[in-house]
Design a protein around this ligand. Structure first.
Ligand SMILES: [Zn+2]
Length: 113
């Protein structure tokens, strides 16, 4: 069993049968880096969540995401991911006008879940 933080929650994950359930709220969610958050989500992909009501739900990453290899942010749009990569590799910093389209920026605003 391992504990995995995703967004504002911590889940208890059982890798032996690929299931997980809500454990507690994550009080340190603001310290969770977007890339780690995404990694944690990816590690739950296809896992079955046991809901409190007794039901189950399969965790699926919503879409195929494109990752900027420079800064590690993810985008649903390949074109924007390429713009991000071009900017990041040239300027060695992120362009907020681009990164606000990232999945991580969206989840920081509490739009995920
Ligand atoms: Zn980038």
């Amino acid at each position: 069993m391992r504990e995995v933080a995703v967004d504002k929650a911590i889940y208890l994950v059982d890798d032996s049968n690929r299931t997980y359930s809500f454990l507690r709220r994550n009080p340190n969610w603001s310290k969770l880096s977007p890339s780690q958050n995404t990694k944690n989500k990816q590690s739950l992909n296809g896992y079955i969540r046991h809901l409190r009501g007794g039901g189950t739900k399969v965790f699926k990453l919503s879409k195929n995401l494109y990752r900027c290899p420079e800064c590690g942010l993810h985008y649903e749009n390949e074109e924007i991911a390429k713009q991000c990569e071009a900017w990041c590799s040239e300027h060695k910093s992120c362009n907020l006008e681009i990164t606000r389209f990232s999945v991580e920026a969206a989840s920081d605003q509490g739009l995920s879940q």
